[in-house]
Design a protein around this ligand. Structure first.
Ligand SMILES: [Mg+2]
Length: 231
């Protein structure tokens, strides 16, 4: 596996859900809650809404060849991303599902000694803040970027540009870490940012090792760094 160009990296931008924590039960609860929103919107049952969402996702994938987020699917079905997230805030209880993991806290604390850490998520600010507090990660990040900024979910070129501007880092100095390549990493990579796909706790914990062992190469003339896809 290639190491990351850590000599260049000054900042790390983490996705939240599925990246800084992995919890299938909570991920399923988010999907179920999204279906409840679509069910109320369309006046259909929740199981019909789940089938409609799945069919819409399937159609998107066939047309665009890429994963679609729940926010994008809800918009396609005539819903409002903002209303969906208001519904999430009123309904979801992440504290009932998530478990604080000291290994992740220690990892981010150590990384924060060397890098400026950020979170950029399709989740909303209220739930992101609650989750970060609950997981004990709120003290290690410099800033969080949430869907509330534009109500336009990832992948979004404009928002990645804004994130880089706010961080004030050259693209090559900002590492993006996420659990969905199409959603979290493709656009940052197009900007020239190094990216790391992390879908399990083990892959997340391996990030430190990859950054520590990275060679100090001159990347000024090198092409955009390929995604590191854990085996
Ligand atoms: Mg994610």
């Amino acid at each position: 596996m290639p190491a990351l160009p850590s000599a260049e990296i000054r900042s790390i931008v983490f996705d939240l859900d599925g990246t800084l924590y992995v919890c299938d039960r909570f991920a399923a609860e988010i999907q179920k809650t999204g279906a409840a929103y679509v069910a109320a919107l369309k006046g259909i049952s929740q199981s019909e809404a789940m089938r409609l969402i799945a069919a819409t996702r399937h159609r998107f994938a066939e047309e665009n060849g890429a994963t679609q987020t729940l926010s994008a699917v809800c918009s396609e079905l005539g819903g409002s991303v903002r209303e969906l997230h208001d519904f999430f805030v009123r309904t979801l209880r992440p504290e009932a599902y998530l478990v604080r993991d000291e290994r992740v806290i220690r990892l981010l604390e150590r990384l924060a000694e060397r890098f400026s850490l950020y979170v950029y998520t399709n989740n909303n600010r209220i739930l992101t803040t609650r989750i970060m507090n609950y997981l004990g990660l709120d003290h290690v990040v410099c800033d969080i970027f949430t869907i509330d900024e534009t109500w336009q979910g990832k992948p979004d070129r404009e928002m990645v540009g804004l994130v880089l501007e706010r961080i004030a880092g050259a693209p090559g100095a900002v590492l993006f870490v996420g659990d969905r390549y199409d959603v979290d990493l493709r656009v940052p990579e197009q900007f020239g940012c190094p990216v790391y796909l992390s879908q399990t706790l083990e892959q997340l914990l391996r990030l430190e090792e990859l950054l520590v062992t990275a060679p100090c190469a001159d990347t000024s003339t090198a092409p955009a760094y390929p995604p590191v896809v854990p085996s």
